[in-house]
Structures are given as structure tokens and as C-alpha cells.
Design a protein around this ligand. Sequence first.
Ligand code: SF4
Length: 369
Amino acid sequence: MRLTHIRQRLRASGAKACHEEILLRAWSAALALGGGKRLPGHSFPLQLRAALPAIDAELQALGRVRAEHAGEDGSARLLVELADGQTVEAVLLPRDGLCVSTQVGCAVGCVFCMTGRDGLKRQLGSAEIVAQVALARSRRVVRKVVFMGMGEPAHNLDNVLEAIELLGTLGGIAHKNLVFSTVGDRRVFEQLPHAAVRPALALSLHSTRPAVREMLLPRAPSIDPAELVELGERYARATGYPVQYQWTLLAGVNDGDDELDGIVRLLAGKYAIMNFIPYNAVDSLAFSRPGRERAMTMTRHLHQHGILSALRDSAGQDIDGACGQLRARRIDSMRPVRFAARAVAIPEPATADGKCQGGQAAGRTRQGS
Ligand code: SF4
């Protein structure tokens, strides 16, 4: 379901452009369409007024919360069931943020991600993306939306850009508070600069070594990390929003001194922030997070080289914080047989000085999904 379908439905029910705006604004703000006090529905054409309860029901049916798990950090993970029974996750973040999904499943297949293990099921329509915001706003204030949930936004670009445009206009969210997250895709860098609403950009880097990055993100577009940073830098300078680089910290894989040197080489002098996110352990995957002290050392090292960096935890670690875990758990509970394990080889680091645990990692296999 796309926003264009909703607009067509409203027009077919007698809505003029001004009514359409009022109704879409109300929906994205989680206000009742069918005669709430704050909606001037009395001025609507009779035909539209009569249709509002049915339209309201159709919008509600786009997504329903099937499970809600509150975290100790103020986050809350919502399992959202779509009209066809598929499920996605949306996460209410502390400080008025929301993380939304853009696809059911994901084709990129990052080896540390529960969402990627089963591949792509289907795209989310732009209306289903906005519906997650409406559901969240029915629970609390939302002033920031990050497109970092299930799915790769670049693989569903038209729907994601439509949703961003609505949220950045009628949805009342500041453009810099809309964060488009991607593993990197040339189409993003071609289209985002010309979008009506230009969001901030988050790039999933995870390694500065092309071979390791390819292993971690097996079906991401083949772009050298150095080129990815250059493309991101151009966008950051054009929009005035720094690029937020995402780096899932995996012990023995991408937490070595060689990677730190690579980050300094790529990001020094760039309009960028590096976010280190220690990996959330999942029973069925054999990755682990480095110790807190190592993660702090890495952050400090970048600061010493003039690179803004932060050590972040995934919101709601106590509630299956990794992307797709809540949905995966629900699906697993319905499966007669668990998925088969697959072996993932970790390539040798470019500079094997022994300190970055590369020697241990080289040639070792990890049991992924
Ligand atoms: S981390 Fe993101 S891009 Fe990678 S498989 Fe998971 S959902 Fe897809």
C-alpha cells in the first residue's frame, strides 16, 4: 500500500487537496480521522464525512501492534503485523526517536543480522512505513525517525522517499531528524540530493577492508569503502548534515588496530561521526562483542585523531535489541524445524600484526544462520 493509493482513495471519497492534507497530517500525527475534536471534519463534504470511518479503519489495518516489549533504557520494541499477516519491527527510542522497518526481511544478508538470514520477503509500501510512525505516535511523541529497522532502504527507494517526503512535510519532522540508513548504493547518491525532503545519511561501514566488508555484507553493492566515504562526504557537504557511520563491533573481526588505522585514513577531516555499536549476542550466531575497555579505547583513539565518534548500545538490549530478533523469535516459535547453520569464513586482515586478533580470526569459520 502506497501513499498514492491513500490519496486516490481520499479523492474518490470527495476529498479536495486541502482535505487530503488535513487528513494525511492527522493520520501521521495519530489523531482520529472520524470526528476527533481537533479535526475540522464538520467542514468536509458530506460524502467524505460519511466515508471517514471506513477510511480510518483501512488506515488502522495497515499495521497493528502484536507485541510490545519495553526496555529498561526507555525504548520499546513493537512487533507490527501488516494487513497480509507479515510482521516487521519498529523500535521506540529514548528521546523521542523511532526506528522503522522498510522491508519484510532483507536481501543484503549481513552475517551478524537476524533479519538478513531469510532473505527478502517483500517491500513495504510507503503507507506501511508511515503507519509505523502513526502507531508510535499513538504511544508517545516522535520527533526523529531513523530508517534503520528491518530491510535495506536503498532496495525500496521509491517507497522510502515517498514516506520521507510525507514525514518531512505534513508529518512535521525536521529533515535533519529523518535518517536514511544504507549499506551504500549508487542509486542513493544519485537520487537523495534531488529529493524534495533530503534526510540525514547513515552509512553502514563495518570494515575499511574491502574483503572483510564483503564477507560481512555479502550481497551489498560492491563499492570500495574509500569510494563510499567520498560519496557520503559529498552528500554531507551538500546537505549540511554529517554522515553517521555505523560500525557493528565484532570481536576478532573488525575491532583491530588495522581497522582503527583504516578509519583514521578514511575519515580524518571528513564531515562525519563514527558510531561504534557493540554487537548484541544472539544464540544462533557465533559472533561476540569486544570488551567494553577495547570499545572505549577505539572511541578514544578516533577522538585523538580529530574524528567524532561515539560508543552506542542498540536500544533495548534487554529486549532482544538486535535488528529482527523479536520477529525472528516469533517466527522460530511457529517453525517446526530451526534453520540450518551455515559456515562463514573470516578473511585475513590486511595487516596481521597479531594484536587485532586477526591471526585467530583468519581461516576460522563461524556458525552463522
Ligand atoms: S543489517 Fe540491515 S542491511 Fe544488513 S541484513 Fe540486516 S536489515 Fe539488511
